[in-house]
Write a protein that binds this ligand. Structure first.
Ligand code: GSH
Length: 228
């Protein structure tokens, strides 16, 4: 099995949580030239015509895009240990939290991702402030529904943690640092308690460390490119 992905991206991180938690062996492949341009994605477009990461490729060559679909596939194909709550209501809560991330939080972040990819000289302060306000609203939705037992739902790791944690790295750390805004952490008490507790889970700690390393690596490359 192969996972095409990049370590800076939140969606593949959600899939790696499944691989690590279930002990599934997969070759991790970072498509060369991925984040630069559509043209530079080259052969990767044949693997995933949508042109996004992640893509899971099975040993027989079948390829599956879309992080949530991949996670559901892995859960069905490798049911133990389960990353779904046992009861229907818990499963609904897990899917709700993942959906809030995908629809509200990620969409709110898009203008910030776009700005990050462009020179600071082109940044529109009004647009950035509006996007940060949208992020704040979406974090409020997560605050309404996040579990209070140290995990997103109930007392154990589920797919919802995989959806939420990478987005919180971006919302709590990456965006405030890049755009010089105060971290939203202090404004969402339940999310702050979750953030502090979830980092004690060893699988989540590994994912966070991988993401932070990848983000600082990219930032160092960007600084070197600007300097040179
Ligand atoms: N809905 C997709 C979203 C995947 C996505 O947008 N991935 C980003 C990276 S986080 C991507 O590949 N963007 C295209 C690019 O960087 O060129 C999923 O859940 O897998």
């Amino acid at each position: 099995m192969k996972l095409y992905q990049t370590y800076t991206s939140p969606f593949p991180t959600r899939v790696r949580l499944m691989l690590y938690a279930k002990g599934i062996e997969a070759e991790i492949i970072e498509p060369p030239g991925f984040h630069s341009s559509a043209e530079s994605k080259g052969d990767y477009m044949a693997v995933n015509p949508i042109g996004r990461v992640p893509t899971l490729v099975l040993d027989d060559g079948r390829a599956l895009p879309e992080s949530e679909v991949i996670c559901e596939y892995l859960e069905d194909a490798y049911p133990s240990p389960s990353l779904r709550p046992a009861d229907p209501w818990g499963r609904a809560e897990m899917r709700l939290l993942a959906r809030i991330c995908d629809i509200y939080l990620v969409m709110a972040m898009v203008p910030l991702f776009n700005a990050a990819g462009r020179s600071r000289k082109t940044w529109d302060a009004g647009r950035i402030a509006a996007a940060l306000a949208e992020v704040e609203t979406a974090l409020g939705y997560l605050e309404d529904y996040i579990g209070e037992g140290g995990y997103a739902v109930g007392g154990a790791l589920t797919q919802a943690d995989g959806a939420i944690v990478p987005q919180l790295i971006l919302a709590f750390e990456w965006a405030p640092a890049l755009f010089g805004a105060p971290s939203p952490l202090g404004r969402h008490a339940k999310l702050a308690a979750y953030w502090s507790a979830i980092q004690r889970d060893p699988i989540v700690a590994r994912l966070i460390a991988e993401t932070r390393d990848a983000i600082s690596g990219e930032q160092a490359k960007a600084r070197a490119a600007r300097a040179g």
